[in-house]
Write a protein that binds this ligand. Structure first.
Ligand SMILES: Cc1cc2nc3c(=O)[nH]c(=O)nc-3n(C[C@H](O)[C@H](O)[C@H](O)COP(=O)(O)O)c2cc1C
Length: 246
């Protein structure tokens, strides 16, 4: 049997005022750093923001989402700066200012971030990702004084939960597990795979509230629309070209 924690966990966006002790935070981060990492290079850094005025500034770059009320905001960064400097100090040719190395650091940072969430939640804390870290990466980098080759990948709101969180639906196993080769699904198959999302009561409410015909329109036209994706993508690429790779 799979541990119940994994089958029942939920994101939490409302937190008690209670602080997380420095020792608990350090224990979580120390344990999370045992996560797998590319070549054991540990291409990540996490910045803890606790101070109210800084949290306020940082929250603005996360569009003041509800989860920003957490006692600690952890900005998890992909980081090839530290490793590159170590190479330079040791007269080793550091060739990490390229796209491939960038993707390695992003993978390391994401795995590390999820390990933080899992450990924190298993210790009774609540967590929520703020994916908006990538939308305003240049501004967040400036606020947190990130050097070159360091990019915020995700922000984790973390604290003692003040709500149970909302139960969310998942696609059926068949959608995500394919045998041996990628299975090519018909339009009817895809429609069937997404039925659980289309019919989920909370999603039905989204459709109604947004005056759309279906859930796909809510995602593609309201939550993650083309113009927004393209605008933030162009901003991020420009910044990465100036700070990481050409
Ligand atoms: C990369 C990533 C970015 C996310 N960004 C946000 C966010 O900006 N705001 C938010 O409230 N939740 C965010 N989430 C949380 C998801 O909305 C949540 O995990 C998903 O709806 C499933 O719900 P559950 O975690 O409660 O099962 C993000 C999760 C991931 C993995």
């Amino acid at each position: 049997m799979i541990n119940q924690y994994f089958t029942e966990r939920r994101s939490v966006r409302k937190f008690q005022k209670k602080e997380i002790s420095q020792s608990l935070l350090e224990n979580i981060i120390t344990a999370a750093a045992k996560a797998p990492t590319c070549g054991n290079m540990q291409l990540y850094t996490v910045i803890a923001t606790r101070e109210e005025s800084r949290k306020k500034e940082l929250s603005a770059y996360h569009f003041n989402q509800p989860a920003c009320g957490a006692p600690v905001l952890l900005t998890v960064c992909a980081d090839f700066n530290r490793f590159t400097r170590w190479c330079n100090i040791n007269n080793a040719d550091a060739g990490y200012d390229n796209f491939l190395s960038f993707t390695s650091a992003v993978a390391d940072a994401m795995i590390f971030a999820q390990q933080i969430c899992t450990i924190a939640e298993m210790e009774g804390l609540g967590t929520c990702y703020l994916g908006t870290a990538t939308y305003n990466a240049p501004e967040i980098a400036s606020l947190l004084k990130l050097p070159e080759m360091v990019m915020p990948i995700a922000c984790l709101a973390i604290g003692y939960p003040d709500e149970d969180g909302v139960e969310t639906e998942r696609l059926p196993l068949r959608a995500i597990l394919h045998d041996e080769e990628y299975r090519s699904d018909s339009d009817a198959d895809i429609t069937e795979l997404f039925r659980v999302k289309d019919e989920y009561p909370a999603n039905q409410k989204f459709i109604e509230e947004n005056g759309k015909e279906n859930l796909a329109q809510v995602f593609a036209e309201v939550r993650y629309p083309r113009a927004m994706n393209e605008e933030f993508s162009a901003k991020l690429l420009k910044w990465l070209n100036a700070t990481w790779y050409k």
